[in-house]
Write a protein that binds this ligand. Structure first.
Ligand SMILES: Nc1ncnc2c1ncn2[C@@H]1O[C@H](COP(=O)(O)OP(=O)(O)O)[C@@H](O)[C@H]1O
Ligand SMILES: [Mg+2]
Length: 178
């Protein structure tokens, strides 16, 4: 299988399914010989943007740096899977303008479902005030209205979501068989 460089940018609330979907897509494309890189919130914050916190300014700078790196990879033919809440409309507008072959995936599940999943126990901490400025609770998530792919992960299975993404990549010619 051949492929172009592109960036699948997963945006959505904590617990909506960004990392889960990125991991599944990674496995699927990797076995087919794709040059592929995953950028995920926690690992990136630990290594690339450790100096930043969760104020609006720091959130912007975090996304700006990751967008910069994603663009370099994409321009050089790498498939990038970027999983970041990226809560603000202006952040994603900026990414779309600057990142080559930017594909926005809105990983959409209701706050109620994400909070019930509470994969990392963060919502609980946000509710007690242990974590201030938590997206969806004490900081806004500005839902996209112009994403390239929207997936209701509170209605669809992981497999169904993965298939939709793969079909999109095929349809748009980002991955293809020679
Ligand atoms: N269709 C779906 N897509 C992605 N995750 C799903 C889906 N349905 C249920 N889940 C579950 O939701 C949780 C999402 O957690 P995670 O991927 O860590 O979220 P995020 O990275 O957005 O914070 C996982 O436990 C996953 O198994
Ligand atoms: Mg995650």
């Amino acid at each position: 299988m051949k492929h172009k460089g592109f960036v699948l940018w997963f945006t959505g609330l904590s617990g909506s399914g960004k990392s889960t979907l990125a991991n599944e897509i990674y496995k699927k494309l990797k076995v087919n010989g794709t040059k592929i890189e995953k950028l995920d919130g926690d690992v990136v914050r630990e290594n690339l943007t450790k100096d930043l916190g969760f104020s609006p300014e720091d959130r912007d700078e975090n996304i700006r740096r990751i967008g910069f790196v994603s663009n370099l990879l994409s321009k050089n033919g790498v498939a990038v899977l970027a999983s970041f809440i990226s809560p603000y409309i202006h952040q994603r507008k900026d990414l779309r303008a600057k990142v080559e072959n930017y594909i926005e995936v809105f990983v959409n599940a209701s706050l109620e479902v994400c909070e019930a999943r509470d994969v990392k126990g963060l919502y609980k901490k946000a509710r007690t005030g242990e974590i201030p400025l938590f997206t969806g609770i004490t900081d806004p998530y500005e839902a996209p209205d112009n994403s390239d792919i929207e997936l209701r992960t509170d209605e669809l299975s992981v497999d169904e979501c993965v298939n939709q993404i793969i079909n999109y990549l095929k349809k748009k010619g980002f991955i293809f068989f020679d």
